[in-house]
Design a protein. Structure first.
Length: 256
């Protein structure tokens, strides 16, 4: 399934070049507080689309919500440049099925070989989409729209930011996207490294829990717990653990 710009190896490099430029933004504008607020809001929603949207909702269906929040999560997930939820789900399920093997799209040798240079959006996984899978997924209007028109929310969002200034594009999109990608790769790599974190359960993979990274990733770095029980909405399974993402899920439930 070929999609616009998704199989270009220069995308990761471009993201991090823009990341560097975004770091200079506060020195290029007098409205520091305005850009700081814009960044924090954008960072929140882009991370929201990845952690709660792509991962916990569209992939694992860990909780139920309203159509409004489905659309918010789906659109922000696409804006994050993590790819449409349908494609992200396919790639992530392959990770669970083949964790720490050459067939795992998040296994470091596999990432170096094809994911980072060629497949930042998960085209490799998309090619594995079966007709039955697509038929089932396309019943969901959010999954269907974001798969077919993944480029549209990005164009509209960045164009809106550009109406304010080019700095707004950097702090409202490029910087949050770069940070979110960095943290996503950190979870994929560090949380499967036996030199870090700890384990609570006996699982066939090398997944680990890393509390300090968990605070930066909305609980996603309680990764070992997630591999143990992928459908659990609360990734904190011991009394001394905390899952920020689960707290946000509870707020969404209240805000129905």
């Amino acid at each position: 399934m070929k999609t616009l710009f998704m199989d270009r190896g220069y995308i990761p490099l471009a993201i991090y070049v823009c990341f560097g430029l975004a770091l200079l933004t506060p020195f290029l504008s007098v409205d520091l507080w305005g850009y700081a607020v814009a960044f924090l809001v954008a960072q929140f929603f882009i991370a929201f689309g990845v952690a709660l949207g792509n991962h916990r909702y569209f992939c694992h269906r860990q909780f139920k919500t309203t159509p409004f929040w489905e659309w918010v999560m789906g659109l922000t997930a696409v804006i994050s440049l993590h790819g449409p939820p349908a494609m992200w789900r396919m790639s992530h399920m392959a990770h669970h099925k083949h964790a720490d093997s050459e067939e795992d799209p998040l296994y470091l040798p596999a990432m170096v070989k094809w994911r980072i240079p060629h497949d930042i959006y998960g085209i490799h996984a998309a090619k594995g989409m079966t007709r039955a899978y697509l038929k089932r997924i396309l019943k969901d209007p959010v999954m269907r729209f974001t798969l077919k028109y993944h480029w549209l929310p990005i164009v509209l969002y960045t164009s809106l930011l550009a109406l304010f200034s080019w700095q707004a594009v950097l702090v409202g999109w490029v910087l949050p996207v770069a940070i979110t990608h960095t943290l996503s790769y950190a979870v994929a790599l560090i949380n499967h490294n036996p030199r870090f974190g700890y384990r609570n359960f006996d699982t066939p993979d090398k997944s680990r829990n890393i509390p300090w990274l968990s605070w930066l990733t909305w609980g996603e770095a309680m990764h070992h717990n997630h591999h143990y029980r992928a459908g659990a909405s609360n990734l904190a399974m011991k009394t001394n653990e905390f899952d920020l993402g689960y707290q946000l899920i509870k707020l969404i439930q209240i805000a129905k």
